[in-house]
Write a protein of this length. Sequence first.
Length: 156
Amino acid sequence: MKQGSHQRLNIELPIGAALWLLVALVLAWCLVGLNLGVPFLKAIFAGKQVRLVQAHIDFLLMTALILGIYATRTPLHWTLRWSMVLGAFTNSSLFLLMAIFPVLDSPTAADNGLVALYKIYTLASVSMTSYGFAGAAITILWRIFQGAAMGPFAKE
C-alpha cells in the first residue's frame, strides 16, 4: 500500500486527535479561569473541579493514543477508526458532564431521567471506545505477526 493511500485511508484519526487536542486546550483555559474566579465559568462548571481536570487529561490521553495508532501506518477498518475518534470524545466527555452536572457525580444520585441517560451514555461510550482501541491493537499485532511469519523477504 502506498504511503499516500494510507494517509487518506486513516484520515479520521489525525482529524479527531487535532479536535480533541483543541478541546483539551479550551478546558485548560477553563481551569485557569476557574482558579481566577471567573463567575460564568463557576456557573457552568458547578461540579467538582477535579472532574474538569480529569476531562482535560483524558482528552490529552485520547489524543496521544489516536496519534500513536495513526503513526503505526496500519490500515484499519472504518468502524475501528470511527469508534476510536467518537469514543475518545464520549469517554472524555463523561468527566466533563460530571463537572457540569454535579448530580451525575453523586454516589446517591436520584434515579431521574438525566442519571438514567448518563448511565446509558456511559455504557455506550465505554463499549465503543473499547471496540475501537482493542480492535486497532489486535489489527496492529496481527499485521506485525503476519509480517514476521513471512520472514526477511516480506515486502513492506
